[in-house]
Ligand binder design. Structure first.
Ligand code: GDP
Length: 441
């Protein structure tokens, strides 16, 4: 997970601070030296790290902290506030024009994730009731148009292409097409190069002259680190950038780009890419990211993800069936599918407070467990799923063989199911007003 090492180092520094009762100025300075090292090791721009430390130190050695009853806590609060400010304070999505269509131009180096994120953003807006049009402006790589078509179809957005016509001509025609066909959002997927070059910048400039671009989004691969920040600075200087889409934050990036890009370019990070799937897109919230970096979790994003992926009707039905003691293996299968849609145990744990400390192997273990449970339930007959009591030892062996698991695994699921039912019966007996929640697995 991104920021893992930074999180660990910061928490070690804070632990030492907490172990002291009152804090002296040298205590704080020593802690800040550690924080500075941690930031530099996370590939944060040198100047950005230096200024950050200066601000935090200045605020921390004030009377407000040193005389407070929980000085270490106060310092952590200041670090959290300054981290948030560093990444841009409030989150900003894309401004949708009152007079459609809104035009978004995606630009960035090759492989940064432009095509994938064009489709992710299309999908994000489709979910909000918009009708985006994806436009293939990368005319140099023959596979680029096909790739956009593939992801466009997955996202449920139409793709406009004119083969190897000039990009600015494609953009102009796409704009007219969108107006005629009721597409209120035009997303231009432009060409990338391996390095920043004049020709590419000129081409992006011509596109901007041809159509009224509302948002120029620079797509940056977070794994690239410091260099990403330099790239951002040149794109901003030459083309003008309104915001950044920071991709591949799911990898083990050290996080420097996320922490420096705003400070160096003055442009906000608007979206974060957190995986290869089209749903792996988050609106970037600096405060939530700061909270994740400091190991305090990001419960808000987790709740939003749950709301987004949970099929409200299905969830209510499941809750009702649970209360009526009718919750069967089919419902359990649905619940597992929901968990998987949210990115599985690993993605969810990383957003819980202290989540970064859960070991990778534990997480892999729980994702494997869900897969196993799913395979087992899928090997049951419909009658068995509705009434697991029907499953006799012979069937258990068949189910285990059918799902590539062991009889113990089948027994375990049946036992868990029994326990859940028992628990529900007990809860039903409780007086009214007691809280009823969907039982966990
Ligand atoms: P483009 O050349 O800028 O259009 O980049 P692509 O959209 O083709 O992406 C390059 C590669 O990065 C592809 O293999 C994508 O699947 C992968 N990728 C894009 N975004 C993400 C992300 O947020 N996380 C991960 N893990 N992979 C990504």
């Amino acid at each position: 997970m991104a920021f893992e090492s930074l999180s660990e180092k910061l928490s070690a520094a804070f632990k030492r601070l907490r172990s002291k009762g009152k804090l002296t100025e040298p205590d704080i300075k020593a802690a800040m030296r550690e924080v500075r090292m941690a930031l530099l090791e996370a590939d944060v721009n040198y100047k950005v790290a230096k200024e950050f430390i200066a601000r935090v130190t200045e605020r921390s050695v004030g009377a407000e902290v040193m005389e407070s009853l929980t000085p270490a806590q106060q310092v952590i609060k200041i670090v959290s506030e300054e981290l948030t400010a560093l990444m841009g304070s409030e989150s900003r999505g894309i401004h949708i024009n009152s007079k459609p269509p809104t035009v978004v131009m995606m630009c960035g180096l090759q492989g940064s994730g432009k095509t994938t994120h064009s489709a992710k953003i299309a999908r994000y807006f489709i979910k909000q009731g918009h009708r985006p049009l994806l436009v293939a402006c990368d005319i140099y790589r023959p596979a680029a148009i096909d790739q956009l078509k593939v992801v466009g179809e997955k996202a449920g957005a139409p793709v406009f292409e004119l083969g190897t016509e000039q990009p600015e001509v494609i953009a102009r025609r796409a704009y007219a097409h969108a107006r005629d066909h009721g597409n209120d959002l035009v997303i231009l997927d432009t060409a990338g190069r391996l390095h920043v070059d004049e020709e590419l910048m000129a081409e992006l400039g011509r596109i901007k002259e041809a159509v009224p671009v509302d948002e120029t989004l620079l797509v940056i691969d977070a794994m690239v680190g410091q260099d990403a920040v330099n790239v951002a600075a040149s794109f901003n200087e030459k083309v003008g950038v309104d915001g950044v889409v920071l991709t591949k934050l799911d990898g083990d990036t050290r996080g420097g780009a996320a922490l420096s890009v705003r400070a160096v370019t003055g442009k906000p990070i608007k979206f974060a890419g957190v995986g290869e799937k089209l749903d792996d897109l988050e609106v970037f919230h600096p405060d939530r990211m700061a909270s994740r970096i400091l190991g305090m979790g990001d419960v808000m994003t987790l709740i939003e993800k749950a709301q987004e992926t949970q099929d409200e009707k299905k969830a209510q039905e499941a809750a009702k069936r649970l209360l009526e003691n009718k919750f069967d293996m089919n419902d359990l299968l649905d619940q597992i599918a929901q968990m998987k849609k949210m990115g599985g145990a690993a993605a969810m744990m990383s957003m819980l407070p202290g989540g970064a400390k859960v070991s990778e192997s534990d997480l892999e273990g729980s994702d494997k467990m869900f897969k196993r449970m799913e395979a087992i339930i899928q090997s049951m007959t419909p009658a068995e799923r509705a009434k697991p009591a029907l499953i006799d030892p012979k069937r258990k062996r068949r189910i285990a063989a059918g799902s590539g698991t062991r009889v113990e695994d089948v027994n375990r699921i049946l036992r868990q199911y029994e326990q859940m039912n028992k628990l529900m019966k007990q809860m039903k007996k409780r007086p009214k007003g007691g809280r009823r929640r969907l039982g966990g697995m």
